[in-house]
Design a protein around this ligand. Structure first.
Ligand code: SF4
Length: 296
């Protein structure tokens, strides 16, 4: 990729020659962790786990990121395309309900080819694209027919918040357009007879401390661009200040209160959303995978 436009940042760097853009990665796959993962929504993790492949590098680098050791540090192991295909097939053979591509956005243009290869070699479980929502339409269109389930975040509505927390002031507009494209491709969430996701869209929103009005604005906006009844919402409560950068705004140095979360949840229900909520115990540091301990 000589002029990277793989995401809305549009850095235009020459990744083939090793130039680095905002996301921090070149043209090689760098994988932080690839293993069965049991902490996703129940219809994703099921009983056998989700085959989660955590890609290193990120085009958002949020100041409160829970996966910061791979999103900011770009740590992990290099994989060739054939090695990544083999890892997908191995995860399926181990019982994974799906192949869960976590933050693959910086690799979005070449992952389409890798997925085609994996499917030709027998990959048959659903492919899930798990991302921050800051996606280019061109990259998403390249995945049309290859991704079965989209699991994007929708993080902010307010441009100032998006700029302060993710350096992405146009986040809501970009994420809104991306969401509509994802919905066009996969539609409403469908489950198999065991309650495991087969196809469709699940939107995650993490409620942040002192940001409940923005959370409500996010939900309102989603309900304006897509019918709420068609969108499965995963309203996340797991914010913890343990991962926040040192110089984050004061509000991010505390946990979310029950009042804040429940207020946003009530609003979501009033708009007609259905989906998943989290209990208070989810806001723990050890709720996130430890990348040092996962097996490649
Ligand atoms: S994928 Fe990375 S290098 Fe390419 S435009 Fe996005 S942030 Fe920049």
């Amino acid at each position: 990729m000589q002029k990277c436009l793989a995401c809305p940042r549009g850095c235009s760097v020459d990744r083939e020659r090793g130039e680095i853009g905002f996301c921090g990665v070149t043209n090689e796959y760098i994988i932080g962790s690839a293993d069965l993962h049991f902490w996703e929504e129940p219809c994703i993790s099921g009983t056998h786990g989700s085959g989660a492949i955590f890609f290193s590098g990120c085009n958002l680098r949020c100041v409160f990121c829970q996966n910061r050791d791979i999103s900011r540090e770009v740590a992990g192991k290099k994989y060739s395309e054939d090695e990544l295909v083999a890892k997908m097939l191995e995860l399926e053979a181990r019982g994974a309900h799906n192949i869960n591509l976590v933050t693959a956005t910086p690799y979005s243009f070449f992952i389409a080819k890798t997925l085609e290869k994996a499917k030709k070699q027998g990959l048959s479980v659903p492919v899930l694209y798990n991302c921050g929502g800051y996606e280019s339409l061109e990259a998403l269109r390249a995945l049309d027919g290859l991704v079965d389930i989209y699991l994007p975040d929708f993080k902010y509505f307010n441009d100032d918040l998006a700029r302060t927390y993710s350096n992405a002031p146009n986040y809501a507009r970009v994420a809104g357009e991306a969401l509509c494209e994802m919905y066009r491709q996969v539609g409403k969430l469908t489950l198999d007879e065991k309650g495991i996701a087969e196809r469709g869209l699940i939107v995650r929103h993490l409620v942040l401390p002192a940001c409940r009005e923005d959370s409500k604005a996010v939900l309102k906006y989603i309900s304006e661009i897509l019918p709420a009844s068609e969108v499965t919402l995963s309203l996340m409560r797991q914010y913890t200040p343990d991962f926040a950068s040192e110089n984050v705004p004061k509000n991010l140095k505390r946990r979310l209160t029950s009042f804040e979360y429940e207020d946003v949840l009530s609003y979501a229900l009033s708009l007609g959303f259905d989906g998943f909520s989290q209990d208070k115990e989810s806001a723990k540091k050890d709720f996130t995978p430890n990348f040092d301990k996962n097996i490649f």
